[in-house]
Ligand binder design. Structure first.
Ligand code: SAM
Length: 220
């Protein structure tokens, strides 16, 4: 994605009360020490401007959410958006952000600490030599496998058919079951129920692109 650097975004993110600054210290104890409850913990990796995870957290107050984004200029926008939403008086206690590359996932989360991972409109990295950067590549699936609980699952959405086909194959070749899939989510009666649109999903479906979705779980 094209990225415009925002001056001061790094300082803003590292001072924000919404951003987890002491990740390594909280490893294995996010629910108790950060959220003060024992609710399930879900992640969105590559949350972008954060619309999806914000709505998820709003609609599911009994689930804890952490949004992960590696670019502070993008996270900056998510925080600004949230601050604006919270001017209405509704302050979400079940949503925090992390400024981090998802490659470091197992350094900040313990085994089986996570109940679900959402991957929305992940960067396609179309060149073969960059395939390991795709968030559904075997490199990342190995990390997800470590932090997800036994029943934990991944929900993946994209309008990029090549990336979707690659991802289905990657899940299957790495021993994940595909629990559900659709090549046209918005016209799928079952999977579209309660679907929360991401920023990219709004943009691409407005152009007429069908949205693909799959739900995958590691074989037991
Ligand atoms: N999920 C949002 C949506 O659907 O509107 C944003 C999609 S955008 C194409 C992908 C986002 O993932 C970008 O903001 C990018 O910085 C982030 N991203 C890509 N690889 C990442 C990684 N390894 N760790 C953390 N964030 C990543």
């Amino acid at each position: 994605m094209r990225l415009r650097h925002i001056t001061g975004s790094e300082e803003f993110v590292s001072d924000s009360i919404y951003v987890i600054q002491n990740k390594e210290e909280l490893k294995g104890e996010y629910s108790e020490k950060l959220f003060s409850n024992k609710n399930p913990l879900c992640l969105e990796i590559g949350m972008g401007k954060g619309k999806f995870i914000y709505e998820m957290a709003k609609q599911n107050p009994d689930i804890n959410f952490i949004g992960i984004e590696r670019y502070d200029s993008v996270l900056f926008k998510a925080i600004k958006r949230r601050e604006k939403e919270e001017e209405s008086g509704l302050v979400l206690k079940n949503l925090y952000y992390m400024s981090m590359d998802a490659r470091l996932l197992t350094e900040v989360f313990s085994a089986e600490e996570i109940d679900a991972i959402y991957l929305n409109f992940s960067d396609p990295w179309p060149k073969k030599r960059q395939a390991n950067r795709r968030l559904t590549s075997p490199v990342f699936l190995k990390l997800y496998e470590k932090v997800l609980s036994t029943d934990g699952h991944i929900e993946f959405k994209t309008d990029n058919r090549d990336l979707f086909d690659y991802s289905l194959e990657s899940f299957q070749e790495n021993n994940w079951d595909i629990l559900a899939k659709s090549f046209d989510l918005h016209h799928d009666e079952l999977l579209s129920k309660g679907n929360i649109l991401t920023e990219y999903e709004e943009k691409f479906s407005a152009k007429g692109n069908p949205i693909c979705k799959c739900i995958a779980r590691k074989k037991k």
